[in-house]
Design a protein around this ligand. Sequence first.
Ligand SMILES: [Fe+2]
Ligand SMILES: [Fe+2]
Length: 239
Amino acid sequence: MKIAHISDLHLSGKHFVEEWGENLIKILNSKNLDLVIITGDLTDDGYMHEYEIAEKFVDRIGIEKLIVPGNHDARNKGYEIFEEVFGERNKFYENDEIILLGMDSSEPDIDDGHIGRENYKIIENKLKGNKIKIFALHHHIIPIPGTGRERNILIDAGDILKICIEHEIDFVLSGHKHLPWVWKLNKTYFITTGTACSNRLKGKSYPSFNIIEISENIIVNEVNVKSGKERKIIETNIK
Ligand SMILES: [Fe+2]
Ligand SMILES: [Fe+2]
C-alpha cells in the first residue's frame, strides 16, 4: 500500500503559496495512493472561513484521508469547527497491513504539544499486534536540528517516547517544525515532514511531504513540492 504524509499546509494565511498548493494536489492525485495522512495546521488561526478554504482544498485530493489538528487549527475554538468539518480529533485506521492511530496533540490557544495521561492506554491498546504500527500527531516528540530554540515539543514527550519504543511502534509521523527530519530510536522511525505548501520555510529548505510505500520492503520518499523531485530517505525490511 502507498500512503502520503503531508502536514502544515496553512491554506488560509498569507504564507500559503498557491502554485505549491496546486502542485501538491496534482502530485497526490497522480501517485496511486491508498491513504493521505494530514498531521495538522491546515489553517492559520482556526477561524470558520479558514476551515471553509481548507475543506475545499482537501476535497480536491481524491483519496481517503486521515486528518488530525495542529496548534494553529485549535486556535479561537477552531477545535470545535475541526470536528464539524473533518470529524473526530483522534482517528483510527486499520487494514490487512497497517494499524494507524492519529491523535490530537494540540491545546486550545497555546502552541505546546500535549497527549495526556488519559490517552496513554488508548495508544497502547490500539497500536499492538504484528501489523505495521503507525502513530500520527502534529507535534514533534524529539527535537529537530536546525529549527532554533526548542519549543512546543510535546510536554509529555518522555512518556510518549517510552510508549513508542516499548510497543515497537514502527513509524511516528509528525509535522509542526516545517523542516523534514528522521530520527531512529531502537526500532522506531520518528519522521517529521516539512510544510507542504507554505513559505514558512527554514533557511533554504523547500516545501515537501513524504510517501510511504509498503511492499516487500518499506520505502519512504520525500517529495519536493516545488520541483516534483523525489528522494529516498528510508528503506527498511521491518515487516
Ligand atoms: Fe505549521
Ligand atoms: Fe504547528
